[in-house]
Design a protein around this ligand. Structure first.
Ligand code: ADP
Ligand code: MN
Ligand code: MN
Ligand code: MN
Ligand code: MN
Length: 357
């Protein structure tokens, strides 16, 4: 791509123009390639509940979600958030995709996930996801890496401080604030082991809101990065060789696990997880086999394992949880490119049972 130059000073004049009583609603959905799409419409009034937001549609043949001869896909709003880019009463709207016959679109994994979360809502399941990602420049080089070469080996970069140890802190800080503005429960950030790789955490979020909030946080990251001409990659092994991959560690607890005596329920959950390893791995992200090698703080994809404070296991019980005897556990297998509804859905199904179970 050629360099496209924006003029922020001129743009600011237009963005400052009043918009009357109208509200802009940016509808966001997950497409057929596990990427996000969005389009915007004008509303006459600010909605007070999601039910007031109109259903809409788009051309699914352009997003790999539908064939050309029957291309209309419906987008049904399920949550909305303050828009940190347009400010004011403007909103971003998370939407689910439905086919023209009313069935959920093949890539709408929120539909089944929501049924599972609803069926088990008394258990108060919480999730916290650690989203790792890698920043690339517009020419597809890892951001700030020497052209045609490599930076010094891993070591100084994790939670790094100072020039040469971290890159793109501007993007990270801007994204953090954008998430807070939108009401996303972002719980922290840190620089990762590979240079130009970072992590943000979202949670704890109850049930279906985990997938919703992670999806919006990813959207905000892509949008913030646009302003810096930076590309965000969620690939689980963006660079082959002795460089860490990128995951989405998924932390989990139910009400029973969070109170004294909870370790019994954590152990029961781990026992159930051990019996469905391959079913879980099947929905834990594409190309995750490149990441789950048994090296670089991962467990091999071939076998299930669990341990206290062990970052080479599939499941880790944090040291503090083991000491207290209650709390939560961490599933370290999910890749950075997961669909969070598939992961939180199968987690609820395995540890709490199927929808009609
Ligand atoms: P790590 O030590 O693995 O790097 P992080 O601090 O990056 O852990 O992330 C921990 C995540 O666990 C956060 O998203 C946090 O919100 C989440 N979390 C904390 N307590 C719970 C809990 N009881 N149930 C589920 N998730 C939790
Ligand atoms: Mn058109
Ligand atoms: Mn972490
Ligand atoms: Mn990490
Ligand atoms: Mn972790």
């Amino acid at each position: 791509m050629t360099d496209i130059v924006s003029n922020p000073a001129v743009l600011a004049r237009y963005l400052a123009l009043p918009q009357g009583s109208k509200v802009l609603a940016e509808y966001i959905w997950i497409d057929g390639t596990n990427n996000l799409r969005s389009k915007c419409r004008t509303l006459d009034t600010k909605p007070t509940s999601v039910e007031e937001l109109p259903e809409w549609n788009f051309d699914g043949s352009s997003t790999e979600q539908a064939p050309g001869h029957d291309s209309d896909i419906y987008i049904r709003p399920c949550a909305f958030y303050p828009d940190p880019f347009r400010l004011g009463d403007n909103i971003i709207v998370l939407a689910e995709c439905y086919n023209s016959d009313g069935t959920p679109n093949a890539f709408n994994h929120r539909y089944e996930c929501a049924k599972l979360m609803e069926a088990h809502k008394d258990e108060q399941i919480w999730f916290g996801i650690e989203q790792e990602y890698t920043l690339f420049d517009q020419y597809n080089n890892v951001y700030g890496w020497p052209k045609g070469g490599f930076p010094a080996p891993q070591g100084p970069y994790y939670c790094g401080v100072g020039t040469g140890k971290v890159n793109c802190r501007d993007v990270v800080e801007a994204h953090y604030k954008a998430c807070l503005y939108a009401g996303i429960k972002i719980s922290g950030i840190n620089a990762e082991v590979m240079p130009s790789q970072w992590e943000f955490q979202v949670g704890p979020c109850t049930g279906i809101t985990m997938g919703d909030e992670l999806t919006i946080a990813r959207y905000l990251l892509h949008r913030v990065a646009e302003d810096f001409n930076i590309k965000i990659s969620f690939h689980p092994k963006p660079l082959a060789g002795d460089w860490n991959g990128a995951g989405c560690h998924t932390n989990v607890s139910t009400e029973k696990m969070r109170i004294p005596g909870g370790m019994k329920y954590i152990e029961e959950a781990i026992e159930k997880l051990s019996k469905r390893h391959s079913e879980h791995v099947a929905v834990y992200g594409e190309d995750n086999d490149l990441r789950l090698t048994g090296k670089h703080e991962t467990a091999s994809i071939a076998a299930f394992s669990a341990g206290v404070a062990n970052r080479g296991c599939s499941i880790r019980i944090p040291r503090s949880v083991n000491k207290d005897g209650f709390g939560y556990f961490e599933d370290r297998r999910p890749a950075s490119n997961i669909d969070p509804y598939l992961v939180t859905g199968i987690m609820a199904e395995t540890i709490l049972g199927p929808v009609d179970g």
